[in-house]
Design a protein around this ligand. Structure first.
Ligand SMILES: [Zn+2]
Length: 289
């Protein structure tokens, strides 16, 4: 099915399919806001898909193709790269956005400062976030800047996912298709998490959905750049696969799971991680990769 187009077009199409999950999730957030259980469960699925894809597929494939050194180096560099980026680029994680007009009956409750570890509170204050301020007056400029910071964070995160699709395809087209399909599922909860605070904060539906769609477009960008680069440096494919794996594991542990547990139900998050993992097992078995 891939023969009729050039590799670059195929990579672009695949990564666009993967990024469509973000739009789907964004639309879901606008139609109906999930409760804590549903939020935890869906973010758990996003996390489970990511972890399994990274270890079982990306790192494993890198190991088989390039040996332990390439797999270990790529994985380590990917994780450290993301850690450094976290410090350099100001951005917000999932759920870390100011909610206006929050009241206790809200299903999607935001925890107040008192329940957080002091270091987290300090970090949030440093970032100008005002949590637990229930009588706060909505200020549009704040909302817009928060939305923008969140979009930066999610785009940063989507770029390496695109790299995994590009590197996966350059290794083997069927493998690229498999990665793209798993990431599409992973992106549905993420699109939801992107649009949710915006729609809840009173942003227009089109704005919330637009931000979700826009953040998803970092994916094709990463995929095309990766396949262009790896087209000239084929021997770096194993390292690139492991690199994407390292980035994805770091993001899952640092952002996805903490957000799922903090803003969703803890048990439903764990259940979601298991379901997301099983999805990757089944998809892998079904596609034979
Ligand atoms: Zn993601």
């Amino acid at each position: 099915m891939f023969d009729q187009f050039s590799p670059l077009v195929n990579v672009l199409l695949l990564s666009l399919v993967a990024s469509m999950g973000t739009a789907l999730g964004g639309a879901l957030a606008i139609i109906r806001r999930p409760g804590r259980r549903a939020y935890g469960f869906m973010m758990g699925i996003a996390a489970g898909v990511m972890i399994c894809l990274a270890f079982m597929e990306l790192v494993n494939e890198a190991w088989e193709l390039g040996g332990p050194t390439a797999a270990t180096l790529g994985f380590g560099i990917g994780a450290v790269f993301m850690l450094v980026l976290d410090y350099l680029a100001p951005h917000l994680r999932f759920g870390e956005i100011e909610y206006h007009g929050h009241h206790p009956e809200d299903e999607f409750a935001v925890s107040d400062d008192s329940s957080l570890h002091p270091s987290r509170v300090r970090r949030r204050r440093r970032r100008g976030l005002n949590w637990g301020n229930h009588e706060g007056v909505p200020v549009d400029t704040k909302l817009i800047s928060s939305g923008l910071l969140l979009a930066i964070g999610i785009s940063l995160h989507n770029l390496p996912e695109g790299i995994s699709v590009g590197a996966g395809y350059m290794h083997n087209p069927q493998f690229g298709l498999f990665i793209a399909m798993a990431i599409m599922l992973h992106n549905i909860p993420e699109g939801l998490a992107t649009a949710l605070p915006l729609s809840k904060g009173g942003a227009k539906r089109g704005y919330a959905l637009g931000i979700a769609v826009l953040s998803g477009l970092a994916e094709p960008l990463g995929a095309v750049l990766a396949s262009l680069f790896l087209g000239s440096f084929q021997n770096l494919i194993p390292g690139a696969l492991a690199f994407a794996g390292g980035v994805m594991v770091y993001i899952t542990l640092d952002e996805l799971i903490p957000s799922a547990r903090e803003y969703g139900s803890v048990h439903w998050t764990s259940l979601g991680i298991i379901v997301g993992s099983i999805f990757v097992f089944l998809l892998s078995a079904w596609m034979g990769v």
